[in-house]
Design a protein around this ligand. Structure first.
Ligand code: FEO
Ligand code: CA
Length: 711
């Protein structure tokens, strides 16, 4: 049901969310909304750390080298379509300097840390702006016109805030034709719309229904075919039949797995509890070995609204009725957007079960643009950061996922059935049935995967779990009861693959990005989260028992503790080979390249002023004597985070997603020192044209003259 503009404004004025201390919505989210919801953390034993972590932080002998090659490579050799192509305009940006090899496995010349209005790339490589917010992705889409935006245009253009990037080859190596699958996580209204400013600070008073619809159309995902010309430049195939936008407002999805049809999944629009419109806040994701695109729903709570507020504008206690404890555990309703004033399903007063239909992993078949995406409830409901999928040796699919909240958990899902390469149709139900586990990181370096299985241990009706559906809907609370380890904001969990005669399999190694947790207090440290007020984060390596990604136990070890190693109080730990430019803060997304090398992108949010470094892309050595050595390969323009790193299977092409340029921490940007808006942005990257705001964009990086990147 739609309301009039006046109704919308009147209701919106009654709410207060903003705080002038923060420059924009993302900064306010970081400070306010991401408060720990986990009561279990209070019951943790006192610090186990100190000596434990010191003894565990030691260089090990070389691991068996990973021979990571994306498993998708072999799947699509014969799937090419032969549609005529229309080339989208693209922009080449060359570093203009000669290549120079550096020692070690990461053969590139490190660039200087710092911050300015543009991006910087290691010499000898070139970055091309491939896709920008507003770029047409269909032949009949209108050109980007930031002063005359509409929902209709945005639905046919590339969305905002590109995060995850998945790469699916359409030829043997994907070096000529491929699909890109890109998540659009959230929107910054103050940078998207002229004359608007930050609306969460202003009670959303200027958020008209059309602006809200544009926001919705700018969320979700994009599937787009790309091709490479002989000159090495990539372009979008505008008339490809694969091109597709997926949005919160228009794309119908199926719900499957244990929670499908449960009474808590039913709404007035969907009395079956099996169909839902849309996906939102899609942060990181994954590509499965059978070539599907997984979209992780992260901060879903922020999109839900209530009219029941106290004098300060905060949601009344007890919202959700008999689901109040669940609401509290997930931070519902967040009230970050005014969507609930336009669509009643986003107002929990009207549809208290709608939030139960978000917070899942969505599977999309990009090879069939008419397919219905599926929300797989077997993978649990939480703020999924990512969903990287590998195969165990027996063919079962294993999906790792972090729950991005302070003191939240690391999870993995193991399918019941194995993947059979000859049966792609059968693979489409692999994520419908299996076991979800939460991780317990023991002080002795042991890792135990705790099954979230109804009827086992504490997951019984006595504790409020009437079924496996209830366990999946309230996965956080189930993991609390099982004694999973509360972590310092788990982001991407990146498994490594090895090539076998039969295909590509996980080698049992995975890297966990713990981005930060400034609310861990002295006394709350533990072996896997060794620092109080951990504002810089750390990286943990998991080694599954027997090298089997499906194992229920393993070992763990911290690879690096992030931050400046020259400042003793920071407590950072790096290989001494790491330069002053090479250390980083707030690891977020990760990739493993064709040679098994780990790469990490960072998101410091507004905290980049603490390091003086824009977010960037780093090679982090995990093997041999150089383990813990990091080097800076690329850095973002001011206010951006770096997302979506993915290498093509050959290692010759790299995609980087620069998200929210000109947004975060611009009060710390020397010479600018104020909040950044559409009309007065801290940068106009990447177009640098008067009147054009900064545009989140996906870059494609290659080595000048060709060949493997950083080799
Ligand atoms: Fe969307 Fe956890 O970053
Ligand atoms: Ca992220």
């Amino acid at each position: 049901m739609h309301r009039s503009d006046e109704d919308l404004r009147s209701e919106a004025r009654q709410t207060t969310f903003g705080d002038a201390r923060y420059g924009n919505k993302a900064e306010a989210f970081e400070a306010f909304d991401d408060q720990p919801c986990n009561p279990a953390v209070e019951a943790r034993p006192e610090s186990l750390i100190g000596a434990v972590i010191e003894t565990r932080y030691s260089r090990r002998g070389a691991l068996r080298a990973g021979l990571g090659v994306a498993a998708t490579t072999a799947l699509f050799g014969a799937s090419a379509l032969t549609a005529p192509t229309a080339r989208a305009q693209s922009t080449a940006v060359s570093s203009g300097l000669a290549p120079e090899a550096a020692p070690g496995r990461y053969a590139f010349e490190e660039i200087a840390g710092g911050v300015d209005e543009t991006h910087h790339l290691t010499p000898g490589h070139e970055a091309q702006v491939l896709l920008r917010w507003g770029d047409p992705i269909f032949a009949n889409a209108p050109a980007f016109d930031p002063r005359n935006q509409s929902e209709a245009a945005q639905l046919r253009q590339f969305g905002y805030n590109n995060d995850y990037v998945g790469f699916i080859p359409l030829d043997a190596w994907g070096e000529a034709r491929a699909l890109l699958c890109v998540n659009h996580e959230y929107t910054n209204e103050e940078l998207m719309f002229p004359g608007l400013g930050r609306q969460d600070r202003a009670g959303f008073k200027d958020m008209t229904p059309e602006l809200i619809r544009i926001e919705m159309a700018a969320h979700g995902g994009t599937v787009v075919e790309i091709e490479r010309a002989p000159d090495g430049l990539w372009s979008v195939v505008l008339d490809s039949p694969y091109n597709r936008r997926i949005t919160p407002s228009k794309t119908e999805m199926a719900i499957d797995g244990p929670a499908a049809g449960h009474p808590r999944m039913r709404t007035s629009a969907d009395p079956t509890g099996t169909r839902v419109i849309g996906t939102l806040n899609n942060c990181a994701g994954g590509i499965t070995p059978w070539g599907t695109y997984l979209m992780a729903e992260e901060n879903f709570h922020g999109y839900f609204w209530t009219d029941q507020r106290d004098a300060e504008g905060k949601p009344q206690d007890g919202l959700g009725g008999d689901q109040a404890a669940s609401y509290d555990r997930y931070g519902l309703p967040g009230g970050w957007y005014a969507w609930g004033t336009l669509e009643e399903r986003f107002n929990v007063d009207k549809e208290p079960n709608e939030p139960n239909r978000f917070g899942w992993i969505v599977e999309v078949d990009p090879l069939d643009p008419s397919s219905t995406p599926v929300k797989h409830t077997a993978l649990g409901r939480f703020r999924h950061e990512g969903s990287e999928c590998v195969l165990a040796a027996d063919g079962r699919a294993v999906v790792y996922s972090g729950d991005d909240g302070r003191f939240e958990y690391v999870y993995k899902f193991v399918s019941s059935k194995p993947y059979r390469p000859a049966d792609r149709a059968g693979a489409m139900s692999l994520l419908s049935e299996g076991v979800l586990y939460a991780a317990r990181f023991d002080a002795d370096g042991g890792l135990v995967w705790l099954p979230l299985t109804h009827g086992e241990g504490p997951l019984t009706a006595e504790n409020g779990f009437d079924s496996q559906a209830a366990v999946m809907i309230d996965a956080r609370r189930a993991a609390d009861l099982l004694g999973a380890t509360p972590m310092d904001r788990p982001e991407d969990v990146q498994p490594r693959t090895r090539l076998d005669g039969d295909g590509s399999f996980g080698d049992g190694t995975a890297y966990v990005m713990l981005t930060n947790n400034n609310r861990r207090t002295a006394g709350q440290e533990d072996a896997a989260n060794p620092r109080a007020e951990n504002v810089f984060g750390h990286v943990i390596e998991i080694r599954e028992e027997g090298g089997d990604p499906a194992a229920t136990s393993g070992r763990w070890e911290i690879v690096v503790r992030c931050g400046d190693p020259q400042v003793a109080e920071v407590g950072a730990e790096w290989s001494p080979e790491t330069s002053a430019d090479g250390w980083f803060a707030c690891p977020d997304n990760a990739a493993v390249d064709a040679d098994g090398r780990l790469w990490i992108s960072t998101d410091q949010g507004r905290g980049w002023g603490r390091t003086g470094k824009a977010d960037g892309f780093y090679g982090l050595e995990t093997e041999g004597e150089s383990r813990g050595a990091s080097k800076l390969f690329f850095r973002c323009p001011v206010g951006a985070e770096l997302c979506g790193p993915v290498f093509s299977p050959s290692g010759e092409t790299l995609f980087l997603a620069v998200q929210h340029p000109g947004s975060d921490g611009t009060r710390d940007f020397a010479g600018f020192e104020r909040d950044s808006t559409f009309d007065d942005p801290a940068t106009r990257w990447p177009d640098f044209e008067d009147g054009v705001p900064p545009r989140p964009s996906v870059l494609v990086v290659r080595k000048t003259g060709g060949g493997k990147i950083a080799v």
